[in-house]
Design a protein around this ligand. Structure first.
Ligand code: FES
Length: 403
């Protein structure tokens, strides 16, 4: 049989080798014991436990810092432990006002606490926000929700990051650093953390006592509060005034070794601190940004085309065999327009990174801020977009993924 077969580009030697391989394989199969195939795969089961796609959580405690800032302590309802890296987030699935939306919240507990099945997140009220007021005013002990497993890349990675991390935090962007500081204290991460935490006044500082306790227990963690609207305190109390400038970073950074800079806070803080970091000439791989969620006013982003702000466009959405017409405001992401219309769309990071909301743009134009362009080159070429960071510039037609 083999000698009669002719395959383009192959000689008789290659054809013989190919058939010998098949014969050998048949012999091995015939020799194999007739025991049933394995049906349990312990490694896969462990991986699913440690990295669940979704998990059911219940609020078991609420710590009220102020009426507008609360920490929610969740336990997994299946009682399982979970693994995460300090700095990761959970994407919470929140049904509110007849729509279901997702929001990413950094985990502020430590990996050690999470071995007991406990996660903590902190929610700060955003005055014109949609979700934070709902959570703060409605969630009580016993509230049950669904979340993703731990996600995100804002964690310390010794293969990539320098041994010393300068943390730059603003507002509620402090939460992943509380987790990282606790992980360093617990010996889970081997790094030094010098945290520059920007607040307006001392009363706006979150987790002051918690950080003080970590500093006292662990010399590898140092915290400096940088107050923009207050003159009280001085460096001997761990307080500086003004903004987190290049000079301030240099004052606390090591002089004899490279250091990484991790940033987490509002978009305006990134715009300012990134300019300061350029003055210091820090190489790109040592600068890490946590995602800051959706951009609220894309028209303020450099590159936004004129004459589109405040326009309303018509979007045709194809999803699970149905076609729906949706109004889409130029100031809002396409993801928000989908959620507002009650079209459940998978989403986790809401910042262009995770790719869960990936959709096909059939017709129309969108604005995508270059800072949060997270699409693969193939997706760009084939017309896929991430609705969480795409803003309409014309009427559109998209094919959205099912949740
Ligand atoms: S939700 Fe992550 S890329 Fe859109």
């Amino acid at each position: 049989m083999a000698e009669k077969l002719q395959l383009k580009g192959l000689g008789q030697k290659e054809v013989d080798a190919f058939f010998n391989l098949i014969n050998t394989r048949h012999e091995k199969i015939a020799e194999a014991p007739a025991t049933p195939l394995q049906t349990k795969f312990p490694v896969n089961e462990l991986m699913r436990k440690l990295h669940p796609i979704s998990q059911a959580l219940e609020v078991c405690e609420i710590i009220e810092h102020t009426p507008d800032v609360k920490t929610y302590v969740f336990k997994r309802t299946d009682g399982e432990p979970a693994y995460f890296r300090a700095g990761q987030y959970l994407s919470l699935v929140i049904p509110v006002a007849n729509v279901t939306v997702t929001r990413p919240y950094s985990i502020c507990s430590t990996p050690s606490e999470t071995k007991n099945g406990i996660y903590k997140i902190t929610v700060k009220r955003v005055d014109d926000g949609f979700i934070s007021p709902f959570i703060l005013d409605n969630w009580t002990v016993g509230t049950q929700i669904t979340s993703s497993g731990p996600l995100g890349r804002f964690y310390y990675e010794p293969m990539r990051d320098a041994k010393t991390v300068i943390g730059v935090a603003g507002g509620s962007g402090i939460t992943p650093f509380l987790s990282l500081a606790g992980a360093i204290r617990d010996g889970v991460e081997d790094a030094n953390l010098i945290l520059l935490y920007g607040s307006r006044t001392e009363s706006d500082i979150l987790f002051r006592d918690e950080f003080k306790a970590i500093e006292q227990a662990c010399p590898k963690v140092k915290v400096v509060h940088v107050l923009s609207d207050s003159t009280s305190g001085d460096p001997t109390d761990g307080i500086e005034h003004g903004f987190i400038t290049a000079e301030l970073i240099q004052k606390y950074a090591p002089t004899d070794e490279p250091y990484s800079v991790f940033l987490c806070g509002p978009q305006q803080m990134y715009n300012f601190v990134d300019g300061e970091l350029q003055k210091l000439g820090i190489i790109r791989k040592y600068i890490r940004h946590e995602l800051f969620g959706e951009i609220k006013n894309p028209q303020n982003i450099p590159g936004y085309p004129e004459d589109h702000a405040n326009q309303t466009y018509r979007m045709t959405v194809r999803n699970l065999g149905e076609t729906t017409q949706v109004d889409c405001n130029a100031n809002e992401s396409i993801l928000v327009a989908l959620e507002r219309a009650g079209i459940a769309t998978p989403a986790h990071c809401r910042s262009g990174e995770c790719g869960f909301c990936r959709s096909r743009l059939v017709t129309g134009d969108v604005f995508i801020p270059s800072d949060i362009e997270g699409r693969r080159l193939a997706d760009i070429a084939l017309g896929f977009i991430h609705p969480c960071c795409s803003y309409p510039l014309s009427d559109l037609e998209i094919i959205a993924p099912p949740r």
